[in-house]
Design a protein around this ligand. Structure first.
Ligand code: HEM
Length: 404
């Protein structure tokens, strides 16, 4: 049986995920949920039951609460409910699914690899990669698909450079990552895809052991604290987490600026607004669209509801990032001059995005250069013909035809 509210009125379970009424709005229902039922029972597409938390403060509280474990169940549209099945342990190295102290062991090692020195050293490479792709775009006849021409290759090449993955392997990585992020993938497909990616990175780790270079995989090998299997898991996680997310922020961020010409003009007139604009785009678009899933490790009381041990709880970043009790003015509007207030786009708590500084460097380099280089950039198709990533864990656009 699913978890039942312990007290208060019985609320009907809502189907998850909820639908957007417009590509740039959060699902409408969240507004009422934040006010009337901030902790609410939900049913997932496979029939599994759980809870969604929608207020900014509650999202942070859940993500900081050690009673909620990170070894979450996947959201899937196919197959049968996974509710009753025991949750298998995380794969070696997949520390995004681990709790302290095991998580801490990986996180410490990785923090030592994501040093300021390495990020600074990377900045010229990021700018060069951005410039090369914009040169190629400028040399082509419009329209082009901004995703393929720019938004995807840039972060993909950057993460490959950081990890020490050879350029020639990148297409395969992109393809594999795309398969892993599809909601309708069956558990068998997911397993098979994970295996392929692990094998590939495993081979790389072995090569780095023989010939170390100045990159993260070599650093992990040289730390002598991880097995090759764990290094493969960490590498797969970084690749997966590190390029689709940033790619979608670049493409969706561009589309969002194009449909808000006043905001774009302000940004062009005053490039100093760019840092704030990046934070505002992260908040407003919240591309980790279905929120962060956690598993209750014990019975937990939340807002008068008893969440039973084993239940899935979704912390909705999308909803929390539109919470009027935290963000001043109108949180449903894009405002590149909005005074900064911490947002949830990178999560919160011990798992908060380890790549966020890198993501900021990439977004800033990409968006600044793009709007400067192409002052007449515009969509090449009507907005409603842009295919949105509604069925993907990471929101964005599948394609963005632009011209100039
Ligand atoms: C974790 C978002 C870019 C690597 C996370 C989490 C979010 C997030 C919401 C928390 C997951 C959770 O608590 O379950 C984003 C967004 C990005 C981005 C929106 C781009 C705009 C990157 C990049 C990298 C990266 C560039 C790699 C270089 C990771 C890793 C974790 C993580 C390894 C897991 C951290 C842990 O469990 O301790 N990210 N991310 N991300 N991100 Fe990112």
């Amino acid at each position: 049986t699913g978890p039942e509210p312990a007290t208060g009125a019985q609320t009907a379970a809502r189907p998850m995920p909820m639908k957007r009424s417009c590509p740039f709005s959060a699902p409408e229902e969240f507004r009422a949920l934040r006010e009337e039922a901030p902790v609410t029972p939900v049913t997932f597409p496979d029939g599994a039951k759980g809870w969604v938390v929608s207020r900014y403060a509650d999202v942070r509280a859940v993500l900081a609460d050690p009673r909620f474990g990170a070894n979450r169940r996947r959201m899937q549209t196919g197959g049968t409910a996974q509710d009753e099945a025991p949750q298998p342990p995380p794969r070696p190295g997949m520390f995004i699914m681990m709790d302290p102290p095991e998580h801490t062991r990986f996180r410490r090692l990785l923090t030592g690899q994501f040093t300021v020195r390495r990020m600074q050293k990377l900045a010229p490479a990021v700018e060069r990669i951005v410039a090369e792709h914009l040169d190629a775009m400028a040399g082509a006849e419009g329209p082009v698909d901004l995703v393929q021409a720019f938004a995807l290759p840039v972060p993909s090449l950057v993460i490959c450079e950081l990890l020490g993955v050879p350029y020639a392997d990148r297409e395969q990585f992109q393809e594999t990552a795309g398969r892993l992020l599809r909601l309708d993938a069956s558990p068998e497909e997911v397993l098979q895809t994970q295996k392929e990616m692990d094998q590939h990175i495993h081979q790389l780790a072995v090569a780095k052991r023989a010939h170390p270079t100045d990159d993260i995989l070599s650093g992990l090998v040289q730390s002598e604290q991880l097995t090759d299997e764990e290094i493969a898991g960490v590498g797969a996680l970084l690749l997966l987490a590190g390029h689709e997310t940033t790619a979608n922020m670049i493409a969706l961020g561009t589309m969002c600026l194009l449909r808000n010409p006043g905001q774009l003009a302000a940004l062009r007139a005053d490039p100093d607004l760019m840092d704030g604009a990046i934070e505002e785009l992260l908040r407003y678009l919240t591309i980790v669209q279905y929120g962060l899933r956690r598993t209750a490790l014990e019975d937990v009381e939340l807002d008068g509801h008893r969440i039973e041990a084993g239940a899935t709880v979704v912390a909705s970043l999308t909803s929390g990032n539109r919470d009027v009790t935290h963000f001043s003015g109108d949180p449903d509007a894009l405002d590149v001059s909005r005074p900064y207030s911490p947002h949830l786009a990178f999560g919160h708590g011990v798992h908060q995005c380890i790549g966020q500084q890198l993501a900021r460097v990439e977004m800033k380099a990409a968006l600044s250069a793009l709007i400067e280089r192409f002052p007449t950039l515009r969509l090449a198709v009507p907005e409603d013909q842009v295919p949105m990533r509604d069925n993907m864990i990471v929101y964005g656009v599948h394609k963005l035809p632009v011209t100039w």
